[in-house]
Design a binder for this molecule. Structure first.
Ligand SMILES: Nc1ncnc2c1ncn2[C@@H]1O[C@H](COP(=O)(O)OP(=O)(O)O)[C@@H](O)[C@H]1O
Ligand SMILES: Cc1ncsc1CCOP(=O)(O)O
Length: 278
C-alpha cells in the first residue's frame, strides 16, 4: 500500500453544532481518531480520547498512515518530536484527508519542525492549534516560545490568529488562560479550565487530539470550540479534588468520562463577529 494518493480525500463535516450537541454526537459515533503525535504524550493522548468516548489509533509510520487517514474520522498531526518517519507519515496524511489538525509544537525555535509546519500548512489543515507563541511564530509574527511552552498570552495573538485563519482557511485555536478560536469571521473565547493543565505534559497536545475527534462529527469551528470547552470543564472538575499534578491527571480522565452534554454551558462562551482585511 505504498504511495497513497486518494482521489477523494475524506471531506469536512458541514454541521455547525453547539458543544453539547457535538459531545452527544461524539459519544454516539466514537470517531476513529488517528494521531501522529510526539512520544512524550502518546499514552496520555490515547487515554484522553478513550475517556471522552472517541476511538484512538496512533498510526504514524509511512506506507500505512495515509491509507488509514482515508478511513479515519479525524487526524492529529502534532510536531512535538517529528522523527523522519513521522514527517513522511504526515505528508501522506495531508493528501488523504481534509479532517486534520495541525499542532506545530515549538515552531519558530527549531529548524526542522518549522520548515515542516510551513510545508504542511500549505496543504490546508481544518484546524491549527497551538499556544500563543506557536501561533505567532507560524504566522511570521514572533520567534516562538521557550521550547514547547508559551511566552505570550492568547490575547497577544488574537489579531494574528484572525489573519492566519483568513489567509489559510483554517480555523485557528490559541490555548491559554482563555482559549481563543477563530475562523477569521468569528472569534469565540472559551474561559475557565485550570493552570494544572500546564503542570502535566500533554495538556495542549491532547486538546489537539480532541479537536481531531470532534472533526469526525462536526465542522471545524464547532469542533475546536467543543474541544476547548470540554477540556476546560473537565479540568475544573478535576482540579477541584486534586492534590497536585499527579492526581489531577487521573481525575482529568475521570472527569472527561463523566462529562455530560448538559455540563457544556454555551453561555460561558463569548462570541464576536470580526472584520479582517482580506
Ligand atoms: N492559566 C490557565 N488557566 C486555565 N487553563 C489554562 C491555563 N493555561 C493553559 N490552560 C489550558 O491548558 C491547556 C493547554 O494549553 P497550553 O498550555 O496553552 O498549551 P501547550 O501545552 O500547547 O503550550 C488548554 O486546554 C488551555 O485552555
Ligand atoms: C515536553 C515535550 N517535548 C517535546 S514534545 C513535548 C510535549 C509537550 O506537550 P504539552 O505542550 O501538551 O504539554
Amino acid at each position: 500500500m505504498a504511495h497513497v494518493h486518494p482521489a477523494h480525500p475524506m471531506p469536512l463535516h458541514a454541521a455547525h453544532l453547539t458543544p453539547a450537541e457535538a459531545l452527544a454526537a461524539l459519544r454516539a459515533a466514537a470517531p476513529l481518531t488517528q494521531c501522529i503525535t510526539n512520544h512524550v504524550v502518546t499514552g496520555f493522548t490515547a487515554n484522553v480520547l478513550l475517556a471522552l468516548g472517541a476511538s484512538a489509533a496512533m498510526v504514524d509510520i509511512p506506507d500505512e498512515a495515509g491509507a488509514f487517514a482515508g478511513v479515519a474520522d479525524g487526524v492529529l498531526v502534532n510536531l512535538g518530536t517529528p522523527t523522519a518517519e513521522q514527517r513522511a507519515a504526515a505528508r501522506e496524511v495531508v493528501a488523504a484527508t481534509d479532517r486534520w489538525v495541525l499542532d506545530p509544537v515549538a515552531v519558530g525555535t527549531l529548524p526542522v519542525r518549522t520548515a515542516l509546519a510551513h510545508e504542511l500548512l500549505a496543504h490546508g489543515p481544518a484546524i491549527v492549534r497551538g499556544n500563543a507563541s506557536e501561533i505567532l511564530a507560524l504566522a511570521g509574527a514572533g520567534g516562538g516560545g521557550r521550547g514547547v511552552d508559551a511566552t505570550d498570552g492568547p490575547e497577544a495573538a488574537a489579531e494574528t490568529a484572525m489573519r492566519l485563519a483568513a489567509e489559510t482557511g483554517a480555523v485557528v485555536a490559541v490555548s491559554g488562560v482563555v482559549d481563543l478560536v477563530t475562523d477569521g469571521r468569528e472569534v469565540v473565547r472559551v474561559p475557565g479550565g485550570s493552570p494544572l493543565l500546564t503542570r502535566v505534559t500533554g495538556g495542549g497536545c491532547s486538546l489537539g487530539a480532541t479537536m481531531a475527534a470532534f472533526l469526525g462529527v462536526c465542522a471545524p469551528l464547532s469542533a475546536a470550540v467543543a474541544a476547548s470547552l470540554v477540556h476546560a470543564r473537565a479540568a475544573e472538575v478535576a482540579a477541584a479534588g486534586a492534590d497536585g499534578p499527579g492526581s489531577f491527571a487521573v481525575r482529568f480522565l475521570d472527569a472527561l468520562a463523566a462529562l455530560e452534554p448538559a455540563d457544556l454551558d454555551e453561555a460561558r462562551l463569548e462570541r464576536r463577529m470580526v472584520e479582517v482585511a482580506r
